[in-house]
Design a protein around this ligand. Structure first.
Ligand code: HEM
Ligand code: ISQ
Length: 155
């Protein structure tokens, strides 16, 4: 896939903004996922037994950051190599975790939408545009495809 320096820049710049308030935006990211798909709550260990999203859950924060970071890395790899290379062990691990939790293809669209909305909130309406949306969307889609493929070929 073609991914320009400009597109990588758009992703990196908005990540820099988002990074300024990880606790807030990781919680927003998570909250938006469940606004879109309340049923997804049952899949998460840190939510299963509570009605409210835990405000300062270290696991939630760590995982949320990782999703953003991996999407950023995906952007860099796409620009450098035209494809993403997630290490074998990482993919195996992510494939098996998501498979075990019962994550299905449509869930990936939910997480994508939540990710994009979170970035939009972080950088603000005035900086948000089709180019930013498209750059994050492409980086996320490639990463999601790699995880989905792994889930289908898991042993
Ligand atoms: C766990 C990343 C998509 C649901 C995780 C973890 C990471 C991650 C890094 C932590 C793994 C660990 O325990 O070491 C990603 C990325 C995604 C993605 C990069 C897309 C590109 C999804 C989707 C869903 C989902 C679409 C479904 C809504 C979960 C669940 C866990 C998890 C349920 C286990 C959390 C727990 O209870 O500990 N994900 N994820 N993920 N993810 Fe995702
Ligand atoms: C795990 N996988 C996908 C999205 C997530 C969002 C917040 C916390 C953990 C996650």
């Amino acid at each position: 896939m073609e991914f320009s320096e400009n597109e990588e820049g758009l992703v990196k710049d908005s990540w820099e903004v988002l990074k300024q308030d990880i606790p807030y935006y990781s919680l927003r990211f998570f909250t938006i996922i469940f606004e879109i798909a309340p049923g997804a709550k049952a899949m998460f260990s840190f939510l299963r037994d509570s009605d409210e999203i835990p405000e300062n859950n270290p696991k939630l924060k760590a995982h949320a950051i990782k999703v953003f970071k991996m999407t950023c890395e995906s952007a860099t790899q796409l620009r450098e190599k035209g494809e993403i290379v997630v290490s074998d062990t990482t993919l195996r691990h992510l494939g098996s975790v998501h498979l075990a939790r019962g994550v299905l293809d449509p869930h990936f669209e939910v997480v994508k939408e939540a990710l994009l909305r979170t970035v939009k909130e972080a950088i603000g309406e005035d900086k948000w545009n089709e180019d930013v949306k498209c750059a994050w969307g492409k980086a996320y889609d490639c990463l999601a495809n790699a995880i989905k493929a792994q889930m289908k070929h898991a042993d």
